[in-house]
Design a protein around this ligand. Structure first.
Ligand SMILES: [Zn+2]
Length: 437
């Protein structure tokens, strides 16, 4: 097992794994590219190709959640078609994936035929009920690690006593058991060698500690989930569409400790050895990109970063700078989002920070040039005209464009070249370069 990553590439794509037979092996560096309206697959893939041209072997993962599909009225088949089309058109001959993002047992079925990457979202099950028998079974498994837990590379050891293990079981045994059930459900329909599994618990209040993560990985082994990526909750705020807000030194410490815990768990448990961290709401977190890049290189670990709404914002920027009726539509999107800001911000309340008093009046925005509009929206924090509230409101305002339906899609297609250039530049210059290059 330890030699998989040194094998020739042919074997890396699908190789054997104890207990699970064969599983599809996810590449070391993968980048999640969400695309609300499924129009920018080629422009996104072009950015990944540009990274390859510079020697960075990143693979694309087109991710879309059930919630997004419902708002847009799209289907998992649309995302698959977009990915396949982009791959054919750009003659991409490396792996690529379609991620059923944040699914659970209730929502997974429509994704099964079309996805080969499944993000098992079990955040809702944190603290859910487990039987005394299940807890005892876990306590037996965890018993060898009771006392002082040393994670190689982490200076200070962790104190692990019964009480701690019971609290870990009370919080996480229910969710990981649920992840196992979702995995089995997909596996029974798809065959377990035909997809990549991620376990996500990022949409919770409190970050998991390194010791908690260690025992979560023991549970992942226990429930036989060959997870290749795990999305913990990190310290700080991962607001949609804007930079990281939080203590960067603390983030650095926790992120590296998580890498070391994974390393230790991979050597200790029966879990895939290429297991890596997945960073959700990963678009635009420019402050921590160099930190993550430095730490994965230092520790020779892979990474998966998910981005989603950032491409939709580039579509609006593209419309604005195209001028004429496209600029009118961009202004209209803002005006409608502004009028409905409470409704649109509601579902995202925990991941946005907008001070309504600073938002420009739509009447004023109607007087803006395309360049002025684009400058307010484009994520260049040092630009004098950049407005994070304006950006976040449009970020959550994609419902407005979804309601415009064909008129919006026609406008994006009519201005395809300008829009595509924005999308590619955003992913390559502002994201990939900061993280990988
Ligand atoms: Zn997430």
């Amino acid at each position: 097992m330890k030699n998989i990553l040194q094998m020739p590439p042919f074997f890396v794509i699908s190789c054997s794994y104890t207990e699970f037979g064969k599983i599809m092996i996810l590449d070391k560096y993968s980048f999640g590219i969400g695309d609300r309206f499924s129009q920018q697959g080629e422009a996104q893939l072009k950015a990944i190709q540009m990274a390859r041209a510079e020697g960075f072997e990143i693979v694309p993962v087109w991710n879309k959640s059930n919630r997004e599909h419902q708002i847009i009225h799209s289907t998992p088949a649309d995302t698959r078609a977009e990915a396949d089309q982009a791959v054919r058109s750009l003659k991409w001959d490396h792996p690529y994936y379609v991620d059923a993002d944040h699914i659970n047992l209730k929502t997974v079925d429509p994704f099964i035929p079309h996805s080969d990457f499944f993000t098992l979202d079990v955040a809702d099950f944190i603290g859910s009920e487990v039987s005394a028998g299940e807890v005892n079974e876990f306590l037996d498994l965890a018993a060898p690690y009771e006392g002082v837990l040393h994670i190689p590379g982490i200076g200070e050891p962790f104190q692990v006593d019964r009480e701690f293990l019971k609290s870990v079981a009370a919080q996480f045994l229910g969710p990981i058991r649920e992840a196992g059930a979702i995995f089995q459900h997909i596996s029974a329909r798809k065959g377990h060698h035909d997809f990549v599994a991620e376990v996500s618990m990022d949409e919770v209040e409190v970050p998991q500690t390194p010791a908690e993560l260690f025992f979560i990985l023991l549970m992942i082994d226990h429930f036989k989930i060959p997870a290749q990526t795990i999305a913990p909750k990190f310290t700080g705020r991962f607001n949609k569409g804007i930079d990281y807000v939080g203590d960067v030194d603390q983030f650095r410490k926790e992120f590296e400790q998580d890498l070391l815990v994974i390393d230790h768990a991979v050597r200790t448990f029966q879990i895939p050895e290429n297991l890596k961290l997945s960073v959700h709401s990963g678009s635009d977190k420019f402050t921590i990109y160099p930190v993550m890049g430095e730490l994965i290189r230092k520790n020779d670990k892979g990474i998966h970063v998910k981005t989603a709404g950032t491409t939709w914002l580039e579509e609006v920027i593209g419309l604005a700078i195209s001028g004429g009726s496209a600029l009118t539509m961009a202004r209209e999107i803002y005006a409608r989002a502004h009028a409905r800001r409470d409704e649109l911000c509601g579902p995202y309340a925990t991941v946005i920070d907008i001070d309504p008093s600073t938002l420009p009046d739509p009447v004023e925005v109607n007087g803006w040039s395309g360049t002025r509009f684009a400058n307010a929206l484009r994520h260049i924090p040092s630009h004098a005209e950049y407005h994070p509230g304006f950006r976040q409101l449009i970020h959550v305002g994609y419902k407005v464009a979804a309601e415009m339906g064909g008129a919006y899609l026609d406008m994006v297609r009519k201005n395809r070249e300008v829009v595509a250039e924005q999308v590619t530049t955003n992913i390559f210059e502002r994201h990939i370069k900061r993280l990988f290059i």
